[in-house]
Ligand binder design. Structure first.
Ligand code: DC
Length: 226
């Protein structure tokens, strides 16, 4: 069979990574989490004391940033200048830093090549905000995952709690609204669905039901491609 390429876009907390991981397992694909790249640049900016909204300050750091994606049995690991930061980048603070630096054109250009390279390998499921529009405009299937803000905030709350972070649900809700606004209104590669994306609203679905709905869409799409 030809190599499959699946793009999953959608707002924060819509369950993209949960779905992508399950799809990767079900279809033997490599899961590429592109948000981890933006989060790593965000972490670097935070450590350097840079204002994440300042294009000049963040752009000046890019030459010193070395990023690698490594695939192990435990999934994707992201290596920032030799350090595995995969777990460190999963905080609410870094989410906000990532969202800010992701609006800077030089950052997006910087991360383009590594993502295009992963896309070119094929047999991938990639998630992010501009996968269907910029990174894999010719993906076999483009899903745009949605859920209402309350459901997304609740999921993030549980996810962070499980990782030992104690944020209030209200705080997370506010941050999600702010991130949605940043991510979808930025000038460059805004988080909007591709024209040929298929919408999947999972506000009322659990992860397995979401997987089932996505698999139905994918099978149908691939059948029509043949
Ligand atoms: O998917 P995530 O929450 O890990 O992403 C963190 C931030 O990175 C998100 O707020 C927007 C940005 N991002 C992006 O602009 N483009 C992508 N392809 C992935 C993430």
């Amino acid at each position: 069979m030809d190599k499959i390429r699946i793009a999953i876009d959608g707002p924060s907390g819509s369950g993209k990574s949960t779905l992508a991981k399950k799809l990767a397992k079900a279809l033997s694909l490599v899961y590429v989490d592109t948000g981890a790249l933006y989060r790593s640049v965000g972490l670097y900016a935070m450590r350097a004391g840079a204002d994440p909204k300042s294009a000049a300050q963040v752009t000046a750091l890019l030459d010193d940033i070395n990023l690698e994606l490594v695939y192990t049995d435990a999934g994707q690991r992201v290596i920032l200048c030799g350090e595995d930061v995969s777990d460190l980048i999963r905080t609410n603070e870094i989410s906000m830093y990532a969202s800010s630096v992701s609006a800077i054109p030089a950052v997006r250009r910087f991360l383009l090549e590594i993502q295009k390279k992963m896309a070119a390998n094929g047999n991938v499921v990639m998630d992010g905000r501009d996968i269907g529009t910029v990174i894999m405009p010719d993906a076999d299937v483009k899903l745009f995952l949605e859920s209402n803000t309350k459901a997304r905030a609740h999921r993030r709350y549980l996810e962070l709690l499980e990782k030992g972070h104690n944020y209030s649900e209200e705080e997370i809700y506010k941050d999600i609204v702010k991130r949605d606004e940043n991510d979808s209104n930025r000038e460059i590669a805004p988080a909007i669905p591709a024209d040929d994306a298929i919408f999947l609203d999972n506000s009322e679905l659990d992860p397995d039901q979401t997987l089932e709905a996505a698999m139905d869409i994918i099978k149908e799409k691939l059948k029509r491609k043949k």
